[in-house]
Design a protein around this ligand. Sequence first.
Ligand code: GLN
Length: 473
Amino acid sequence: MNATTIAEGVRRGELSARTLAEESLRSIRARNDELNVFLHVDESGAMAAAERVDDTVSRGLDPGRLAGVPIALKDNLCQVGVPTTCSSKILEGWRPPYSATVVDRLLEAGAVPMGKTNLDEFAMGSSTETSAFGPTRNPLDPTRVPGGSSGGSAAAVAAAMTPLALGSDTGGSIRQPAALCGIVGVKPTYGLVSRYGLIAFASSLDQIGPFATNVADAALLLEVIAGHDPMDSTSLPEPAPDLVAHLDDGVAGRRVGLVRELIDGADDEIVESVQRAADVLRAAGATIVELSIPELHLGLSAYYLIAPAEASSNLARYDGVRYGLRVDADDVTAMNEVTRTAGFGAEVKRRIMLGTYALSAGYYDAYYGQALKVRTQMIDAFRRAYRQVDLLVGATTPSVAFTFGSKTNDPMAMYLSDVFTIPTNLAGEAALSVPFGRGEANLPIGVQLLGPGRSEAQLFAAARVLEAVERGS
Ligand code: GLN
């Protein structure tokens, strides 16, 4: 059952939130040992939330728009009292004293958080293989990765453990795993969703967003979590947009750019899927314009300076004093050092070193400063494109889900997994991935739709057009 149907049933008193939570727990237990999706299952918290919803319904009150819908939370989102690790040993045992704004909004809307899902350590990765607690397996083919960094959240939805999940997307970490797991994933406009209580990786790029089995559920979830939050200084000063109301707007009269740089280098079946998606949009009344945006090729190099630079600063707080792990030593400096040496994994250390180097006095202009200029070029390039067209279409990923270990020894190969998703984060704009077509080994392909800031309603409407064809309805 999808989230929209569940919430309607619970609100009408025809479905019990408690029963739904029990069913979700059963499906988590059935496959979690095999797939390693949840790092922590919050059974008592989930049952208490579900009972509150049933109680609200029985008193004739409105339990909210996500009443009784089980949801999985990426383990970089704080929920008061619930262990939160970022898949890092450095946070092991830490329980946040507060909840992320998105978690509060979910609970107000009657959703039932089931627990915390696995990710690449501190969201740095594209396969969930850098987790300190072992990789997550792709439910569609357990010999392959689910993508990352929000691999656990994507797998929870793909394995039907929960109909919804939240992830975070700094360079592709929602869209890429959504594509690899055959579900819908959305990277909202920067500032649309509050980052308060999201453990920071690269603050100017991070956004929280939904995973769902279908477009309508993703729109509903985004409406619930979006909207201004005074606790996040980068939060847009406006209420959540109407998304569900526009789902059936279609694409008639829209201009859609098919972007060469967003398919270059992708597997043949993926290029074909994107072209077929463009044909479907054209048949639904859109005008397709073939475009080239050469600046997009610069995205990866700029991202791998800006994101590590911000991460090196954000991760300075893990000092053995304030959170989680402490390894004792003779003095404070030595304690900081041995704690960080023991607590962080190799990829996190690589990023801290890269970022510290890029920000260091002699190199700041040559690396970080240069990357910021490229970022501005990227913003300008998108702006020019959006003078010609309303939306863009391209691939989400260059390949379908890959096998374990195939990219772990070559950081560049892993980084290239996000070549099509990173530009949106640098520009602070909106994009989503919707399943469309199948590739190697019959694995799902994600088509990416991109738009300017605040274009979510248009993106969902276009994604619905593709979804209807994909499902043959
Ligand atoms: N894979 C990219 C990285 O490793 C993006 C990660 C993300 O979006 N959190 O940085």
